[in-house]
Design a protein around this ligand. Structure first.
Ligand SMILES: [Zn+2]
Length: 488
């Protein structure tokens, strides 16, 4: 059959469904005005006056309230709290709205599967708008599904592009992304940030599971990778692989690492990475639903918040009362750009400090966030003392025999009246040659000092903990395994 004989596909416009083309589904100029990517961000929403910003946040908050009232999830919860449409006139009233947690979202999904009563989409909605589905890195059960429409996808990419730019990445850089492009959104934040909003070349190697670590280093060498975007634990793993295989990391063209350091309060992890890679390491913060909302700039003096995309509060862990700026509490977030699903007063149970707005030496004027300080729902009461598993991190990363991976296992020990809670910290060693007994004794002493309570230490083989601790993708590894529910 020659080409001339091929009949064109039938183009019956009456019966063919209209395709919601991605490139037509966004008002791109409007998006750039509303959520400016770099370098415009630096001149616009990244340096507004307090009054201008408050007015912008207020208008977006009220629009998101309208979206939320249309969902059974918010409508039911708010009416149960005695709130009617129109009662909330702006951000000054936000504290009247109840907060919710990921447990509430799980219930909403169980009640209206698969997406939940907070994101009620019909088959027509799915056919009329190009949606992407992502999952959270939940610690138990089936992962939580979240829909991303084009605005949600592009704004989280713009948030990430702002971060990469503030940390020095520019058009022409090659950014190696070591988050796997699968169900979690972190990898896509990096990919779309580079491709759509920076003109930097994404090198999407994914994690060591999909591209072996030795090959990752070869790609970096051959392509000339200038920046990396990935989990701190994996960037540390690459150091280990380089050492084992005699690969000189300094032979690469790496100029910076864009990472998620987690609660590296004393800077051990950052220091180790910077020493090994020979370049600065920048910290970022984000979560599944609200994207990468906070980023360090080259000043490394707290993390700038993309305040045109998110409104932040911090709340007392015990009472839920909103705290003044500068005090550590649970981060409560309201997305200012998401319509599906609307996110209004989501208590993430991430412990952080949010500071007042201030001018930074980089030129931005924003509120700033502290380091991620741990999960408040991982707090354990051990013999009357509150213990946060994240408080183990400094001691673990400070010891050169440790890979940095650890897991606190809480269980009951003993029987009857002598039964009590005990915590064992599993610490991963760097190599099999290390003396377990001496290492464990030193770790026990260091942890006793940091936690103010005595815990047992179990030294475990290299690379044995990652399957248990790697649940998310943004530096918020699981550090607690609670076996008490089983009565064991
Ligand atoms: Zn700055």
């Amino acid at each position: 059959m020659s080409l001339n004989e091929v009949k064109p596909a039938r183009t019956d416009e009456e019966s063919a469904p209209a395709v919601p083309y991605y490139w037509k589904s966004v008002d791109w100029d409007g998006l750039m005005r509303d959520y400016p990517p770099p370098p415009h961000f630096q001149q616009t929403t990244g340096k507004m006056s307090d009054q201008e910003l408050r007015a912008l946040q207020n208008a977006r908050f009220l629009a998101r309230m309208d979206d939320a009232w249309r969902t059974p999830f918010y409508d039911t919860r708010w009416r149960a709290a005695g709130i009617e449409p129109g009662d909330i006139r702006g951000l000054d009233d936000i504290e009247k709205l109840p907060t919710f947690t990921s447990d509430d979202l799980k219930e909403a999904i169980a009640a209206a599967p698969p997406f939940g009563s907070h994101q009620p989409v019909t088959a027509e909605d799915l056919a009329g708008t190009p949606f992407k589905v992502h999952t959270s890195g939940g610690t138990t059960g089936f992962p939580r599904l979240t829909l991303f429409d084009p605005v949600a996808l592009e704004v989280q990419a713009i948030q990430t592009a702002r971060a990469l730019w503030a940390q020095g990445t520019r058009p022409g850089d090659a950014v190696q992304i070591t988050y796997t492009l699968a169900m979690a959104n972190a990898g896509y934040c990096g990919l779309y940030a580079c491709l759509h909003w920076l003109g930097a070349m994404p090198v999407t190697t994914g994690s060591g599971v999909v591209t072996p670590s030795e090959r990752q280093l070869e790609y970096a060498l051959k392509i000339g990778t200038t920046a990396w975007y990935g989990r701190a634990e994996y960037l540390a793993r690459l150091v280990q692989v380089a050492n084992e295989t005699g690969f000189d990391l300094r032979s690469l063209k790496t100029k910076r690492l864009h990472s998620f350091l987690g609660p590296d309060v004393d800077g051990h992890l950052r220091g180790q990475l910077e020493e090994a890679w020979g370049c600065p390491v920048y910290d970022n913060y984000g979560t599944h639903e609200i994207g990468q909302i906070a980023f360090e700039c080259e000043a490394k003096d707290g993390k700038h918040i993309s305040e045109d995309t998110v409104y932040l509060e911090t709340a007392d862990v015990e009472t839920g009362a909103v705290l003044p700026a500068g005090e550590r509490g649970n981060l409560v977030v309201t997305s200012l750009h998401r319509s599906t699903p609307p996110i209004i007063r989501y208590d993430l149970r991430d412990l952080l400090v949010a500071y007042e707005r201030s001018e930074c030496s980089c030129g931005l004027c924003t509120r700033k966030l502290s380091m991620f300080l741990g999960r408040s729902d991982e707090m354990v009461k051990l013999r009357g003392t509150n213990v946060y598993p994240m408080a183990c991190q400094s001691a673990v990363t400070a010891d050169p025999r440790a890979t940095g991976e650890f897991l606190c296992v809480v269980a009951y020990s003993g029987e009857g009246l002598s039964r009590r809670e005990s915590m064992t910290v599993r610490v991963e060693k760097k190599s099999d040659e290390i003396d377990d007994a001496a290492f464990a004794a030193d770790m026990e002493a260091a942890l006793h000092r940091d936690l103010s309570v005595r815990v047992a230490v179990e030294i475990v083989p290299p690379a044995s903990l990652l399957p248990l601790t790697q649940v998310g993708s943004t530096g918020k590894s699981r550090r607690l395994l609670d076996l008490r529910q089983n009565g064991k």
